[in-house]
Design a protein around this ligand. Sequence first.
Ligand SMILES: [Zn+2]
Length: 412
Amino acid sequence: MNAPQKYDLLLKGGRVVDPSQSIDGLLDVAIRGDRIEKLAAGIDPALATEVRDVGGLIVTPGLIDLHVHVYQHVTDFGLNPDEAGVHAGATTVVDQGSCGAWTFDGFKTFMVDPAITEVLCFLSVNLTGTLRGSKGGPVAQNPQLIDLDVMQRFIEKYPKIIRGIKGHGEASSWSNYGSVMLQRAREIADRTHLPLYVHTGELWKADELNRPRPETVLPEVLHFAKPGDLLAHCYSNRDDGILGNRAKPSPELLDALASGVHLDLGHGVNFSFDTARRMVDAGLFPYTISTDVQGDFTSHNDDSKLDFSLCGAMSKLMALGMDLNFVVRATTQHPAEVLRMADEIGSLKVGSRADVTVLEDIREPWTFRDRLGGSAVGQSRLLPRLVVRKGIAIKPTNRLLRDVMAREEALA
Ligand SMILES: [Zn+2]
């Protein structure tokens, strides 16, 4: 007589890396319905309806990308949520500020609801959201298009989707409006008790007559950050950014980090190996690793130039000396805590949601490049081979993983 089938899916023989439980070892993962049912060595495959051999691969909690842009067709730089999500190895993605209160309903109806990926957002402080990339940002991103009462109504109505507030602390906003945009973001974050995610590094067109000296921007921005908030783009090359042109981080930054403000990678187009090395030398590492994946800012609905990804960002930080457990923690346990969802995601604890990412670690020398001429040679490239989303196994297309795929692999 056959044994009764206890499990719907069994991932057999992989190296489980789950920093939330301090686990790094050869274990099987058994799933029933949309929950993790058992984590143990040598689970009998006869007990499972579907068995996937993941020998030689790395099994992690479903990766979380805390910074994406996936309001496709509405913003000109939005990607498809599943291409940025499950098809890039991330079971949860968090859109940072593409939608505001006025545009949230469309985001929910057309992006969040139909996606296989779990799609969450940090709501933009301006009512329209960031409709356009670099072009025309200030048209929408201005103090006239803020209404905190309207925002609060949406936040209270959709607490499961809206997990935080997106604000901007950078030179062009400062030159145009002073600190008022970030001040309003602070106000609504306080009212709703949500974390604030602050973009750093010059983004839009500045008012040249009012341009602040670059090194004065961050200390002012930090006045608005509280413990639990995040500063985005920690390894960006922008001169008004987190490190800027300094050789060493400012005392104000060190104080903020000591108080519990976190750094997020937010890779993006301005990721710089040079800045990263100066930050690493100062002992400053990202708490969370996210991508800021987006379509091209200067054309429309065009992802052909996108050359960074979540697995690529993890691999690049490994090339800079961070280890596998570090980069997995920064894409699972830590973002789950930021989202206040650590009971549900970011872990393979029994009872957690069955969101799992299976990665291949391709061990060979690989030169990673930034867009500024910098590079780093690594020995590892992480590539998703299987994603489990709510218990269902999916083979990711990896279409947007151009920074970790050889041309032949991308075409295969
Ligand atoms: Zn962004």
